[in-house]
Design a protein around this ligand. Sequence first.
Ligand SMILES: Cc1cc2nc3c(=O)[nH]c(=O)nc-3n(C[C@H](O)[C@H](O)[C@H](O)COP(=O)(O)O)c2cc1C
Length: 177
Amino acid sequence: MSLAAAIDGPDRLDAGAFKHAMRHLAGAVSVITTGAGDERTGFTATSVSSLSADSPSLIVSLNRSSSSWPVLRRTGRFAVNILAEDQQEIAEAFAGRGGLKGADRYNGAQWISFSSGSLGVAGALVALDCVLEDAIERHSHSILIGAVREVVLTAEAQPLLYWHGAYRRISNLTGED
Ligand SMILES: Cc1cc2nc3c(=O)[nH]c(=O)nc-3n(C[C@H](O)[C@H](O)[C@H](O)COP(=O)(O)O)c2cc1C
C-alpha cells in the first residue's frame, strides 16, 4: 500500500475527533494581510509558528478554499500581525464575520506601512512583513513559508488568545464560550 493510501485508509481518525482534540491547543491570534488596493484581503490565523532564526522565517497554514489563497500566491507577499488583547474586532473581521470580504475587512482598524509598501495592523504586538518563500500544498491547506523581511513592534500589550472555541485574554482566561 502506498503511504498516501495508508494515511487515508481505515485507521484514519475521524475529522470531528481531531477538531475536538485541537480545541485544547491554546493559540495566539494573528491576522495575515496580503494584497494591495482594492485587491487587499487577509484572514485570521492561529496556525502561525516560528520556523527558524537563521534565516528568519515562519510558517502559517492556509486553507486553499480561502479567498486569501489566490491573492497571496499571486503577490508572493504577506504580513503576520500578532494581535493585542483589545483587537478581537479585527480578528472577527478577518475571520469573515457577517460575510465581510476582501478590502472591507480592513475598515475600522489603523494601518502601518512597511518599507515594501505592504500594510500591517497598527497596535498589534508585532507585525512581520514576509516574502512567500514556499507554499507546500498538503491535504486541504498550503503550508506557507515566509521569509521575514521587516519587523515592526507597534505595541507593548498582552496578547489575544484563542482556546476552546473562544477568544481569551491572559487576564481573563475563562473567556466566554
Ligand atoms: C481563531 C481563528 C483562527 C483561524 N485560523 C486559521 C488558520 O490558521 N488558517 C486558515 O486557513 N484559516 C483560519 N481561520 C479561518 C479564517 O480566518 C477565515 O475564516 C477563512 O479564511 C475565511 O475564508 P474567506 O476569506 O474565503 O472568507 C481561523 C479562524 C478563526 C476565527
